[in-house]
Design a protein around this ligand. Structure first.
Ligand code: NAD
Length: 507
């Protein structure tokens, strides 16, 4: 039998070990809870509006000197951050499990993702390339130069409480920008721990300006200060489409840049030639992993009628048998929902699916004795007669809607007939339909996969989605360009002044 973990004590132990002073997380005005036990584990001190504005102004000061530090040297700071994260992986991963309810391997995996992006950014710090461009004028040279942009504001969601910050911070720092972070009010302890880890790296680095990285603990209004402040050049905001709808226009109003990483309603298609064993594994991880609380969680599944009766009973069985439990005490594959609201939203969606003719397996609360305010649920699989009602929207909970399809063209149209456009998968072993799925008239998502699930992206690719997912891209590939400003430079090394397009202007 495993020992019962005292979640409150364990939180305090980890925060002490990670170097977060008690002053900032106890005795404050913002209670924070662990979904593992439902109990309050901290009371954080929130910043005032005036202090938040001051922090942004201080970051702007830091920008003035950080932008002049050569990029490979800035990379050295991020290399040290990666080092510190390696040393803290176990503790920070466990704190992620406590605060977001992730199972152990996913908590550790989230910290690994932070390490990976640091490695990526260190390499990037020597590769912030611009192009040299052929000019039409003799004796001229045209090129582009990438310069640091300014203060980067990060607003993050509860479900990736630390990785999203690192995707932004590692890139922003090598690109020459300070970072001001407003974490989710549900997961600010892990944010304070990440900041403490970065501060250790900054101390080792020795030459960083003060206020290069700051955390603003608070609710939405503090996020709004980041959004509206003229000294914040870019806001990278991760969260619901509702949040993006408020934040996007406000940023556009002042012509600030935005990276919006919003909700998803991700689908998979299982074709007649699919390897069903492989599909089963990918579907179960994609749909039930992180208790259905990933932006890339698989929520809609279209199965060809010829394989429906082979796959769906196996899937249903997996749903009935998957282990649900406390991530600190068991090796269960499904941890808790973040809170009561998430549970209620799930129940509402299931009731509405039933009303649309859906047949529901699972979805019931799994009670943990003595932990009445923790919300553990058995993931739900719902066979739907068609894509309607709650299937069209993201419910941030482990619900997989399964539908039968007959015709490939029609299923592609159904696949794309939702407002979100984040991630998608197709399962099949021959080429034509897979290539079609990846083509211009295939999946309309930012992420389209073949024979792997919708979730679990690597940091090397650009991450983000289309339509109501917001259009932003962060992490790998050339996502760094959003964190810099591009200048086109033309140099005339001749002794004449030819004008472009043959214009003459002789005085
Ligand atoms: P949420 O929208 O409730 O909150 C996200 C963050 O936005 C929080 O820090 C919150 O304080 C802040 N916020 C909310 N309204 C704001 C406003 N008007 N101005 C400024 N800040 C504001 O989201 P959540 O419940 O924490 O996270 C779940 C959602 O996030 C899901 O929809 C999920 O799909 C999405 N998500 C998307 C991605 C992605 O990369 N596309 C990644 C993770 C989560």
């Amino acid at each position: 039998m495993t020992k019962t973990v005292d979640v409150k004590q364990e939180t305090a132990r980890l925060l002490d070990k990670l170097g977060v002073s008690r002053e900032v997380w106890s005795g404050g005005d913002m209670p924070t809870y662990s979904p593992v036990s439902g109990e309050q584990v901290g009371a954080l001190k929130t910043v005032s509006a005036a202090d938040a504005a001051q922090a942004i102004e201080a970051a702007h000061e830091a920008f003035k000197s950080w932008r002049l530090v050569p990029a490979p040297k800035r990379g050295e700071l991020v290399r040290l951050l990666g080092d510190e994260l390696r040393a803290a992986k176990e503790d920070l991963g466990r704190l992620v499990s406590i605060e977001a309810g992730k199972i152990t391997s996913e908590g550790l995996g989230e910290v690994q993702e932070m390490i990976d992006i640091c490695d990526f950014a260190v390499g990037l710090s020597r590769q912030l390339y611009g192009l040299t461009i052929a000019t039409e004028r003799p004796g001229h040279r045209m090129m582009e130069t990438w310069h640091p942009l300014g203060v980067v504001g990060v607003i993050s969601a509860f479900n990736f409480p630390v990785a999203v910050w690192s995707w932004n911070a590692a890139l922003a720092l090598v690109c020459g920008n300070p970072v001001v972070w407003k974490p989710s009010e549900k997961t600010s302890l892990t944010a304070l721990a990440s900041q403490a880890i970065l501060e250790r790296a900054i101390a080792r680095f020795g030459e960083a300006p003060a206020n290069l990285s700051q955390v603003l603990v608070g609710d939405r209004p503090i996020g709004e200060i980041l959004v509206d402040h003229p000294n914040v050049a870019l806001v990278s905001a991760t969260g619901s489409t509702r949040m993006g709808r408020e934040v996007g226009p406000r940023l556009a109003q002042r012509f600030a840049r935005s990276i919006l990483e919003l909700g998803g309603n991700n689908a998979g298609i299982v074709c007649p030639s699919a390897d069903l064993d492989m599909a089963l594994r990918a579907i179960t991880f994609g749909a039930m992993g992180t208790a259905g609380q990933r932006c890339t969680t698989l929520r809609r599944l279209f199965v060809h009628e010829s394989v429906y009766d082979k796959l769906v009973p196996r899937l249903t069985k997996a749903y009935q048998s998957v282990s649900v439990g406390n991530p600190l005490e068991t090796s269960a594959l499904v941890g808790p929902l973040i809170d009561k609201q998430a549970f209620e939203n799930m129940q509402k969606a299931l009731a509405s699916a039933k009303a649309e003719g859906g047949s529901v397996t699972g979805g019931n609360r799994v009670c943990d004795a003595g932990r009445d305010s923790a919300y553990y649920v058995r993931p739900a699989i719902v066979e739907m007669p068609k894509q309607s009602g709650p299937v069209l929207d993201e419910t941030f909970a482990p619900i997989l809607y399964v539908m039968k399809y007959f015709d490939f063209d029609r299923v592609i149209a159904e696949h794309n007939a939702v407002t979100a456009g984040l991630s998608s998968s197709i399962f099949k072993l021959n080429m034509q339909e897979a290539e079609r799925f990846l083509s211009a008239d295939g999946s309309d998502c930012g992420i389209a996969n073949v024979n792997i699930g919708t979730s679990g992206a690597e940091i090397g690719g650009a991450f983000g989605g289309e339509k109501e997912t917001g259009g932003g891209r962060e992490s790998g590939s050339d996502a760094w360009k959003a964190y810099m400003r591009r200048a086109t430079n033309t140099v005339n090394y001749s002794r004449t002044l030819p004008l472009a397009q043959g214009v003459s202007f002789d005085i």
